[in-house]
Design a protein around this ligand. Structure first.
Ligand code: TEU
Length: 570
């Protein structure tokens, strides 16, 4: 398969609420991003992805949109947006918007109309159903299906006005759109063209694999101890999902003769699903975000964090590398606005914070696929253990806490389970410098700033050639400079090694060996035919003077990561 145009690109995700505040109201905004576009150009990224900036009551921080053709005043204006887009393009970068069309806000005019009466022309734009037979409307069990929401509680909300329930897979203020209705799809395609006509370069599509539901709406299996049924079989990669993605491609992307980047967020998608979504011949999506590797440290739930099993993590990522080797394309990510910080989760955010952040970057960015950097990841920002539940802001976290305490869980235990896993770990303000509030705002930040910003911040990192920031610059630049990284094949090495992550990349006459010690003690990586690498050239390392490969293997210090290149031995 030819490598796509975005094979040499790196995408940087901005969470506007927490990136940079230009007007002192404590919330990040578009002018704050404009002030830092040169920083992003210096990092060397190719594409910026903005989490939602549309008008929204912010019930889920913007993933609940009430107007798709505007900018929320807390973030700025359409003029600010156009200025940002121009400044991004002037620096040779692209800008991708977040498309949230599985659901809208309950304040979106479509839903306001839809809930107004049972015979409103927009009633069928959402999923409305009568109470379950034999149950008192509005009482537990009366919901049309037994599905549990992503944000705790049932997926159905009773609406007194019309005496029916509406579906919301996320919060009750995020009613699901009914994509079975062609008028809904036509409206979605039209708003997408509106933004593309404005000059944006693509979309990250929120939970896009949930827009096709099993219209019979069957109950889901109830796991032992679970309060609700599992609805995933009825809305994860539903019956018409590929028909809808192909239609979207036809109705939107096929109308533009310029490169447009599309990435679908697809919880629960498998390698086989990914091959269908991202096979260029099928004209659906360029790539997807799969969730397997960000679940390897989950016990029964994400709140039940388990110690990292590196072999399990490697198995998962190997499966995706190999599974999409000849068809489709991978996205590569550790961090985003929904995941705790990887350096705290998969690395070591204490003594070896800098080394482990660089090691994680090395093993991810030299794989086959398009890498994503989440704001602050390039600085090695860590989780922020907020001391009390009152300082958390994330709806998923707060609803989980309330639901757990409501059934008798000890609040202290629930808080302890929240601190390492909450999405708010990724959402604390960006660290620009060591000043109060990390230079994020001159006002009071909407969420607490990690006190370690005095040490970990962009000003210090840019000034220190040995920082995590400059290591990210190097791996990002390597992807453009070394064709083997963008286009080479992938062969895992040392698959059962509990400490070492190693793999081979090969293209034509070039062979790249990537080897990383993801532990806090010295190791010798027993690489096969290691003696053949003794004359190899060191392409990149995260610690100076790496030990040269010997016939016995490669000596690696704690959290050391190195990539060796040599002419291919046929
Ligand atoms: O996330 C979908 C999703 O799968 C997450 O909710 C995930 O399950 C959870 O965060 C893991 O803890 C997307 C957006 O990225 C997220 O921010 C939104 O809250 C959600 O959709 C609803 O729009």
């Amino acid at each position: 398969m030819a490598t796509p145009w975005f094979a040499t690109s790196t995408v940087y995700q901005i969470y506007p609420r927490s990136f940079a505040d230009s007007n002192g109201d404590g919330v990040g905004d578009l002018r704050g991003i404009i002030e830092h576009v040169d920083y992003l150009a210096h990092l060397g990224v190719d594409v910026l992805w903005l989490s939602p900036i549309y008008p929204s009551p912010q019930d889920d921080n913007g993933y609940d949109i009430s107007d798709y053709r505007g900018i929320d005043p807390v973030f700025g204006t359409l003029d600010d947006f156009d200025e940002l887009l121009t400044s991004v393009h002037d620096r040779g970068m692209k800008l991708v918007m977040d498309l949230v069309v599985n659901h809208t806000s309950d304040l979106h005019p479509w839903f306001v109309e839809s809930r107004s009466s049972r015979d409103n022309p927009k009633r069928d734009w959402y999923w409305w159903r009568p109470p379950r037979e034999g149950f008192e409307p509005g009482t537990p069990g009366a919901e049309p299906t037994n599905w549990g929401s992503f944000f705790s509680g049932p997926t159905w909300a009773f609406d007194e006005t019309t005496g029916e329930y509406y579906l919301h897979l996320f919060s009750r203020r995020q009613p699901d759109l009914n994509w079975e209705n062609p008028a809904v799809r036509a409206e979605v395609y039209d708003l997408m063209r509106w933004w593309l006509d404005r000059g944006i370069d693509g979309f990250r599509m929120d939970v896009i694999n949930m827009v096709s539901k099993d219209v019979t709406l069957p109950d889901g299996p109830v796991r032992p101890g679970a309060e609700y049924g599992d609805g995933w079989p009825s809305f994860i990669c539903g019956p018409r999902i590929h028909e809808f993605m192909a239609e979207m491609h036809l109705e939107v992307f096929d109308r533009y003769d310029r490169p447009i980047l599309t990435v679908g967020e697809t919880p629960g998608a498998t390698v086989d699903d990914a091959r269908l979504f991202t096979d260029p011949a099928r004209r659906e999506l360029d790539m997807i975000f799969q969730f397997e590797h960000v679940g390897v440290d989950h016990g029964l739930t994400k709140w039940d964090q388990q110690p990292l099993d590196l072999v399990r993590l490697k198995r998962s990522l190997d499966r995706w590398q190999i599974g999409l080797a000849d068809t489709g394309w991978n996205s590569l990510y550790w961090d985003n606005h929904d995941q705790p910080r990887a350096v705290s989760r998969f690395g070591d955010d204490g003594e070896h914070r800098v080394r482990s952040a660089k090691a994680l970057a090395t093993v991810l960015h030299l794989q086959r696929g398009t890498p994503y950097v989440y704001q602050g990841e390039e600085l090695g920002m860590t989780n922020t253990w907020l001391p009390t539940i009152d300082e958390y802001r994330d709806i998923e976290t707060l609803r989980h806490y309330a639901a757990a305490v409501a059934v008798g869980a000890d609040p202290a235990d629930v808080l302890a389970s929240i601190q390492p896993a909450s999405r708010d770990n990724a959402r604390t303000p960006m660290h620009w410098d060591a000043s109060p509030h990390a230079g994020f705002t001159s006002g009071e930040p909407w969420i607490g700033v990690n006190p370690n910003h005095t040490e970990i911040n962009a000003a210090a990192a840019v000034a220190d050639d040995d920082s995590v920031f400059h290591h990210y610059r190097r791996v990002i630049a390597l992807r453009r400079a070394e064709p083997v990284i963008a286009a080479g094949d992938y062969t895992p090495q040392l698959r059962d090694d509990p400490n070492v992550y190693a793999y081979l990349r090969r293209l034509d006459d070039v062979e790249l060996l990537v080897v990383a010690n993801l532990s806090s003690h010295d190791v010798v990586a027993p690489i096969e035919q290691a003696q053949q690498w003794t004359d190899a050239e060191m392409l990149i390392g995260n610690i100076g003077d790496p030990a040269a490969p010997t016939a016995d293997g490669i000596e690696l210090r704690p959290w050391e990561a190195v990539a060796w290149r040599r002419a291919r031995v046929r």
